[in-house]
Design a protein around this ligand. Structure first.
Ligand code: RUB
Length: 315
């Protein structure tokens, strides 16, 4: 049993929601793991008959699920824990199953990233230039594995306004020994026009049923510009990034305008728009780098969607 279960019911749950909302925990993979663990810990605090405990777990899962609406890793991680609780016939088994499911979610996320890194490294250039956007731990793992395998490319990482996750990316790339440069987001077309960019590589917060990619705001623009110049666009997306939902059913999170600009600097009456994810249509994605290697959007969806936890566990 983890230490969090010693807390008052709901306390660890609300802390995890807050950690995800405040970006203390960020990146789709990490969010799914944190959500699943928080739910499993919460189940340890529940008492009652199995159907009452399942209802309590569902309520907690719904609360956690609102923390980062675009990243389906959260929904999937919670779904796997709910499925494990639903499959048990006693309180003790529900509690055990919940912890075991959360452990599996964490192990699967780790194993998925390692497999994607090995598979994806093959598609990185031997030398030349890769452009990446935001900070994806899976994309960084692909680049690090390719570098370790002897490939010598440079990376341009976009700053990624307003949260500047590009700083995390260049730090991680340097730790892996990879030559890299940071650039402002608005310079992407300039770099594509003036340098030989061999590939664009990004992460994934969600892959919809039609193969659309939901990722950090700006991804769709980067992909459109790359597509115009026939530069391949890859997204590192393991099983836990896929969803049965269509693109219209994936909400784009809007965050506080104060992340973009000091609100006191604005003239009265001006609103700040801060959508933090966007949708890239499947025809702009060359392929998803998955545990099974490079797959077209349609094939990646066909392989992954059947393995997801059933939506009935939420009802
Ligand atoms: C991060 C982001 C990343 C994906 C994938 O956005 O868009 O590309 O989450 O990350 P934010 P990973 O910083 O708003 O969470 O590969 O680590 O799962």
């Amino acid at each position: 049993m983890s230490a969090a279960s010693a807390q008052r019911p709901g306390q660890g749950l609300r802390r995890t929601v807050e950690d995800i909302r405040s970006m203390k925990v960020r990146g789709a993979g990490a969010i799914g793991v944190a959500g699943a663990q928080a739910l499993a810990d919460h189940v340890q605090t529940l008492e009652g008959r199995p159907n009452e405990v399942l209802q309590g777990a569902r309520q907690a899962a719904c609360e956690l699920d609102t923390a980062r609406p675009t990243a389906v890793t959260l929904h999937n991680g919670l779904g796997w824990v709910l499925a494990a609780v639903a499959a048990a016939s006693s309180l003790a088994e529900q509690k055990r199953n919940a912890l075991q499911a959360a452990r599996l979610v964490a192990e699967q996320a780790k194993a998925s990233k390692a497999a994607i890194a090995q598979q994806g490294a093959r598609h990185m250039p031997d030398d030349g230039l890769v452009l990446t956007h935001c900070h994806s731990s899976a994309a960084v793992a692909v680049l690090a594995a390719a570098h370790k395998a002897g490939k010598r490319f440079d990376v341009i990482a976009t700053e990624t306004r307003p949260f500047r996750q590009g700083l995390l990316t260049v730090k991680a790339l340097r730790e892996a020994g990879i030559d890299c440069a940071l650039t402002v987001d608005s310079a992407v077309e300039h770099h594509l026009a003036t340098r030989d960019v061999d590939a664009v590589l990004v992460g994934a917060d969600a892959v919809a049923r039609d193969g659309s990619l939901f990722n950090k705001i700006g991804t769709s623009g980067v992909a459109a510009l790359a597509h115009l110049r026939d530069v391949p666009v890859y997204s590192a997306a393991g099983l836990h990034k896929f969803t049965t939902r269509g693109p219209e059913a994936i909400p784009i999170e809007e965050r506080d305008g104060a992340e973009v600009v000091g609100l006191a600097d604005l003239p009265p009456g001006v609103r700040v728009l801060n959508p933090v994810f966007d949708r890239t249509p499947p025809d702009r994605i060359t392929g998803y780098l998955t545990e099974e290697g490079l797959l077209s959007p349609a094939k990646a969806v066909a392989r992954n969607v059947p393995q997801l936890p059933p939506e009935e566990v939420w009802r």
